[in-house]
Design a binder for this molecule. Structure first.
Ligand code: UGA
Length: 454
């Protein structure tokens, strides 16, 4: 099928590249000329494992452009995957969505087109986008649009760092549409994924347990709400285990065992029960805020979602409290942060806990050093105001430090020669912000081990 993707962020680019890999003809459009120039040269503007490889593989089915008049006419499916950054009152800022919808209306031509909201958009956006496309079409063409397009919602559940895996082998596909014809078009588009009939690339083998992928066909509003409800649930699962972690610490229990002990109950599930500093990233914070903002519009409170946000905020403060408890004075101390990105396998720094923690430590007069395998360049570019000394290696972060904090659980930090590291530190203290280091091993290496929940 002929597909256009508007917006080449994590969601848009991953979706476009995966659909091109499956054999569709895909045009990716973005207003950012720099991004499009990079993509044309086979470079990816952000770090995502194997995305560059898949672009190379699908190159013959991919086009990149900054021009909507190249991308839209003739497309059977147009995905809107533009950014919806957080606005001042918790509701997302929809200016990019609005301009994409207008651009579609101005350039629509040819047969029936399905316009798909792929960005996480507030409930009701499907209708709103429909009216913007219609208005722009009618203004440009001086005639009624007469059902030449329809709007669908197809929320995305990919995680950064495993974006390709999540797109090619999803747990489910959700399609919200108000007409059967619209649903049919998207069903055809996703058929290779739903039936898992494609041959995956060697670096993304199909997990053994993956069979046919369930399709949830529903109305627009339900699809839109599924996305928010899913992210909020995952966020509150993490906050729940972090709240239990507080009590676990007090009573001397082991939070990892507790997570396993409750997670093996199939009704609860083991995933997203990793206790630690809590969630960051562009989604959970923004989507929980948006859910609360939408609820307010309808006169509803969301006490559980609010509490999950509050617990998450406190986890970052706990890092500083733990260090204070141990070192007593932070002024003049040197604290090393291992990891800047909001999670491993990405260079995304949006809402990254490391930023908040660094800021709080600096406010208290500490010197902060940091390392991240892939996010340091982005950090220097995006946060020049934050006085953090970026080090080439994690060992350098630890040298002469009064404590190191494991903020992002990159696998290489677990494998470090901690014994050698301990010898170079001023005081050999490690604060395990993600509860992934082996306490006994750290003690053997000569480090005082502090966990965030022990
Ligand atoms: C999240 C969702 O997991 C995706 O399904 C969704 O598509 C995406 O948001 C989105 O809305 O676009 P993402 O933000 O990329 O994906 O990353 P996650 O893997 O969900 O991690 C989010 C944060 O939670 C990270 O900071 C991670 O360190 C933290 N986390 C995760 C925990 O603290 N504990 C856990 O057990 C799991």
């Amino acid at each position: 099928m002929n597909v256009s993707i508007l917006g080449t962020g994590y969601v848009g680019l991953t979706t476009g590249v995966c659909l091109a890999f499956l054999g569709h003809k895909v045009t990716c459009a973005d207003a950012d000329e720099g991004k499009i120039a990079m993509l044309e040269n086979g470079e990816v503007p952000f770090y995502e494992p194997h995305l560059a490889d898949l672009i190379t593989e699908a190159r013959c089915n991919l086009k990149f452009t900054t021009d909507y008049s190249q991308a839209i006419p003739g497309a059977q499916v147009i995905f809107i995957a533009v950014g919806t950054p957080p606005g001042p009152n918790g509701a997302p800022d929809l200016k990019y969505l609005q301009s994409a919808a207008r651009g579609i209306g101005e350039n629509l031509s040819g047969g029936f087109t399905v316009v798909v909201n792929k960005s996480t958009v507030p409930i009701g956006s499907g209708n709103w986008v429909g009216s913007l496309v219609r208005e722009a079409f009618e203004q440009r063409n001086g005639r009624k649009s007469n059902g030449n397009f329809s709007v669908a919602s197809n929320p995305e559940f990919l995680r950064e760092g495993t974006a390709l895996h999540d797109s090619l082998f999803p747990d489910r596909v959700v399609i919200g549409a108000d007409t059967a014809q619209t649903g049919e078009v998207l069903y055809t588009l996703y058929r290779p994924i739903l039936d898992q009939t494609f041959q995956p690339p060697p670096y993304l083998p199909r997990p053994e347990e993956v069979g046919a992928v369930p399709l949830i066909s529903t109305d627009l509003a339900s699809a839109e709400l599924i996305k928010y409800a899913a992210n909020a649930f995952l966020a509150l699962k993490i906050s729940y285990i972090n709240e239990i972690g507080l009590l676990s610490e007090k009573v001397g229990a082991d939070i990892a065992q507790i997570a396993k002990g409750i997670g093996l109950d199939a009704r609860i599930g083991t995933r997203f029960l990793q206790s630690g500093i809590g969630w960051g990233g562009s989604c959970f914070g923004k989507d929980t805020a948006a859910l609360i903002a939408t609820a307010h519009e309808y006169g509803l409170e969301m006490p559980i979602v609010n509490a999950a946000r509050e617990v998450n905020r406190r986890q970052r403060e706990r890092v500083v409290d733990k260090l204070l408890g141990e070192l007593r004075i932070l002024k003049g101390r040197t604290i090393g942060l291992l990891g800047l990105a909001f999670k491993p396998h990405t260079d995304d720094l949006r809402e990254a806990p490391a930023l908040d923690i660094a800021r709080k430590l600096i406010e208290r007069g500490a010197r902060v050093k940091a390392h991240d395998p892939v996010a340091m360049e982005r950090f220097k570019r995006e946060h020049p105001d934050l006085e953090v000394l970026c080090c080439e290696t994690p060992e350098e972060v630890a040298r002469d430090a009064d404590a190191v904090v494991l903020v992002t659980e990159w696998p290489q930090y677990r494998e470090m020669d901690w014994e050698a590291v301990a010898k170079t530190m001023r005081t050999a203290i490690v604060l395990d912000g993600r509860m992934v280091l082996d306490r006994a091993r750290m003690s053997r290496a000569g480090l005082k081990y502090l966990g965030l929940a022990c």
